[in-house]
Design a protein around this ligand. Sequence first.
Ligand code: MN
Length: 432
Amino acid sequence: MKKLFKEHLDSRLLKIYTLLESENLDRLYIESGKSEPYFFDDQSPPFRENPHFLYFCLAQGENHILEIALNQKPILHLYNPKDFWHQQEDWQDLDWSVLYEIQSYDNPNLFWKNAKTQHSQILSPHPQLALSAGAQNLSSRIMNQLNWMRLSKSPYEVDCIQKANYWASLGHLAAQNCFFEGASEFDIMLAYLGASRQRESQLPYNSIIALDQHAAILHYQNLTQERNGQSFLIDSGFRFRGYCSDISRTYFQESAHPIYKDICNSVTALEQTLWRSLRVGSAYSDIQEHAFQGITKILVDSEVLKCSFSEALEARIAKYFYPHGVGHGLGLQVHDIGGKQLSPDGDLAQNDELHPFLRTLRRVQENDVLTIEPGLYFIPLLLEELHDSPHCRNLINWPLVNELKSFGGVRIEDDILVTKEGPVNITREYLN
Ligand SMILES: [Mn+2]
């Protein structure tokens, strides 16, 4: 791990030095950031470091500053306030600290007063102090280059995402067992956190733990105490050194509706076909269209639709049952940066007219980590729209839709590394 991180850091620093030289800059400062308290309160939401800081540095916490300058070892200015309310880290013990010159400080005002800011740029969520001290705000050119750098994952980053998948898989297995024992959403959530050894504030995103019709709410955020669900959709991850996993599974009791069970199995099979088709150079919008057509076929085969495949595709009717993207980049952010960026210089892709909500519009590159997540849902709001559409209304088997509504929906999601040799399913190394 230490060796992998060193290689990651060294290769990324080389790129930064080239960038600094090309912009006639001496140094780049990257701050970890700080949390803002709630309105009229002295309590703050859980802190999350600036992802660009975590890209170069493993120190956790607020107000740390990484200084990357030409011709010198990077300096890590660790914020070490005189504070007896919180535990302070003993940085000397950390095995990665040899990669930097470590200096500790306790006063940001004083730090910036004495900092070398000539020919310097700052990348920070709160750059005001640095700007008043004479640093320049990060140029969009460097920002675009940094975002581009983050798309293709180093072996260190892949290792972190693998570990994030391993820990999440322990939670998923516990959650699955709880569901089959009839547990409530609330108890499934606690079992997930316990088995994956994390507190809720460490999750990469709010876990979706949805029984029955709640599975139709794409970002369902509540946890009820009701037990004995017939269907269970879980979308939940883990962060390892800042790197996220993002995994969804759907389970059903044997007593569930046979057609719902068929739909679940078919979406699982579709997901397997989709991730296996990923190649360096694939266009994300093509994968989206494959997913869309796959969902259309499932709707026709299960007789939710009363028309032929070609009629259903012509009417684009699957958008009422599958209203989200087939996936996104994954890394230090669960919806990783740069999905619409076409080049290191920052040219942006036009929105896809057929799939306007698609988050990733570029082509797949070597060492991209992406999610693949087809879904099929019975969403009351969209079913109403469908019912109001004179063209589509008659194509729907409404009695069947009404029977299936109480099972909510299905989503299956894995995290995929794309190599020159083909796709590698990171999630399924740990979870079926
Ligand atoms: Mn996802």
